[in-house]
Design a protein around this ligand. Structure first.
Ligand code: AMP
Length: 176
């Protein structure tokens, strides 16, 4: 373990070839989660991006995003808002359709998720094409929120997802 959190995280990520489809190199973050020290380094790194900023809540994206976003919200002492895949949220929702690196999807948020609060950060495990994060940002704006930043543990730089998120502040701990 070095004293550079991003280097430690990068070393821990496991490449799984051809998952969930042939040709995809899946970045497996479970080795980070399994190591308490590394998990904390990831959460601290993400939380640090928003210290001293007036942020109302952290929005996590279904499902791996929840793991980091919930912990970051807790570290910052603010609320957590889930953005979920279609059909999972029980109350009235807003929805946005989007493209994935491998498929299509639809994301939803509760219409009252902001509870009068405004400024949120979006946290997800990985930025690929940016379609998922862009859909989450649109959802937040649809219900009257403001996206202060979009934060990732991992960014696949070669897929140019950052360009798709043009206009948002995008930050990633590890870039490939
Ligand atoms: P995208 O909308 O293309 O940016 O895809 C991002 C979402 O898909 C994230 O929530 C990731 O969890 C997942 N994802 C896409 N590509 C990969 C990959 N190569 N390895 C791991 N997760 C991925």
């Amino acid at each position: 373990m070095t004293n550079n959190p991003t280097q430690n995280l990068k070393t821990a990520v496991r490449d799984v070839l051809d998952f969930p489809k042939k040709g995809i190199v899946f970045k497996d973050i479970t080795p980070i989660l399994a190591d308490g020290d590394l998990f904390r380094q990831a959460v601290d790194w993400l939380a640090e991006l928003h210290r001293g900023e007036k942020l109302d809540a952290v929005v996590g994206i279904d499902a791996r995003g929840f793991i980091f976003a919930g912990a970051v919200a807790c570290a910052l002492g603010i609320g957590f808002i889930p953005v979920r895949k279609k059909g999972k949220l029980p109350f009235e929702t807003q929805s946005v359709a989007y493209d994935l690196e491998y498929g299509k999807g639809e994301l939803e948020i509760h219409v009252d998720a902001l509870r009068g609060q405004k400024r949120v950060a979006i946290v997800d495990d990985l930025l690929a094409t940016g379609g998922t994060a862009l859909a989450a940002a649109k959802l937040i704006e649809k219900i009257g929120g403001k996206v202060s930043g979009v934060d990732f543990v991992i960014e696949l730089g070669f897929l140019k997802g950052r360009d798709r998120l043009n206009g948002y502040r995008v930050t990633s701990a590890i870039v490939y």
